[in-house]
Design a binder for this molecule. Structure first.
Ligand code: ATP
Length: 324
């Protein structure tokens, strides 16, 4: 193997740059030529591919976003689009690929590598932490800390006015951000797609909230089965029917994707990038390089996207106990 390419795809996440930097420098360290594909599968189809050098990734380890840019490509879902992508990679002599992204990215990578046989190893780049085969995904820790900072600030105003705040965090299918930011932020309740939300329990608790409790925080993952934070707040408000109680909603939105990555995400991105290149050199393909129990683990793409990564039961228990 002489030439490899790296790209970032799907939702961007803080730490992707650290991962790109690690792929480029590990590749060069191992004597490979490394190419950057811009805008994910979109750039692969359009041939937006450039040689990368050690200096190409200078001064990016601390930056959020991704210097390679990211995109969502409908065309890559078609056989014609993937054929065009293959032709471009072939023209550049690319013999191995590192795909940095989430489950959609790996679904595409799996199909592509099975169709055209270019060895591909993934790195878990998504804030959602919803990939099986790695304890954490790159960007999750930063997103949790960003959400937490916001929750702390909201708590100040919630306490000043005795308000009940419903704070919506990202997580369409997974509640990891909600659970960890909820515990750290001292939430009364955390609502996530993985567990059944008992609105009657929430209503009962908020109705009887103890007199000396001046603020209440409810963290809602956007994909909760009862609806988003606004919908849930309305349902709860309608049931409580107490004009004395002041309900507010804050949706954190895209700030959770941005910002400088934490030390944890820089290290994780760097480790996964190195492991992905070493995996390619060792002949691995169709798998993701993740970190479990501080060790590199390669997991088939099929398992990463097909197997469920459950929430930590201890975390759920903690939320229940600490909110009394
Ligand atoms: P995140 O979870 O952070 O949003 P992701 O990698 O899951 O990241 P997606 O937008 O779901 O983000 O997927 C990224 C890209 O992967 C898509 O835009 C598409 O080009 C490609 N992709 C997804 N599913 C498929 C598929 N079934 N076949 C081919 N390509 C796909």
């Amino acid at each position: 193997m002489k030439k490899i390419a790296v790209f970032t795809s799907g939702g961007d996440s803080p730490g992707m740059n650290a991962c790109v930097r690690s792929v480029v420098r590990t590749g060069i360290y191992k004597g490979l030529e490394v190419y950057g594909i811009y805008r994910g599968y979109e750039g692969m189809i359009e041939g937006d591919i450039k040689r990368m050098y050690s200096h190409s990734v200078s001064n990016i380890v601390q930056r959020g976003g991704t210097i390679l840019k990211s995109a969502r490509s409908m065309e890559f879902k078609t056989p014609e689009g993937r054929k065009q992508a293959y032709e471009n990679l072939k023209a550049h002599g690319i013999e191995g690929i590192v795909a940095i992204g989430g489950d959609g990215t790996f679904t595409g990578a799996k199909i592509f590598q099975e169709e055209f046989g270019i060895p591909t190893v993934g790195c878990p780049g998504t804030i959602d932490n919803d990939l099986y085969g790695t304890d954490f995904t790159i960007g999750f820790d930063t997103a949790v800390n960003t959400a937490l900072e916001a929750i702390d600030k909201i708590r100040d105003t919630a306490a000043a006015h005795d308000r009940i705040f419903f704070i919506e965090v990202m997580g369409r299918d997974a509640g990891f951000i909600a659970v960890e930011s909820g515990i750290g932020g001292g939430a009364e309740f955390v609502m996530v797609p993985e567990t059944k939300t008992d609105l009657n329990k929430v209503v009962k608790s908020l109705r009887n909230i103890r007199a000396n409790k001046s603020s209440s925080i409810v963290v809602v993952a956007e994909g909760d089965e009862e609806g988003n934070a606004e919908t849930i707040m309305q349902k709860v408000k309608d049931k409580i029917q107490d004009p004395e109680k002041d309900f507010k909603v804050t949706t954190l939105g895209h700030i959770q994707r941005g910002g400088n990555p934490t030390a944890h995400d820089r290290l994780l991105g760097s480790l996964c990038g190195m492991a992905a290149v070493e995996g390619l050199i060792d002949g691995r393909t169709n798998c993701m390089a993740g970190i479990m129990d501080q060790k590199v683990v390669y997991t088939p793409f099929g398992d990463c996207i097909g197997k469920e990564k459950p929430l930590n039961e201890l975390h759920l228990k903690l939320i229940d106990i600490l909110s009394i």
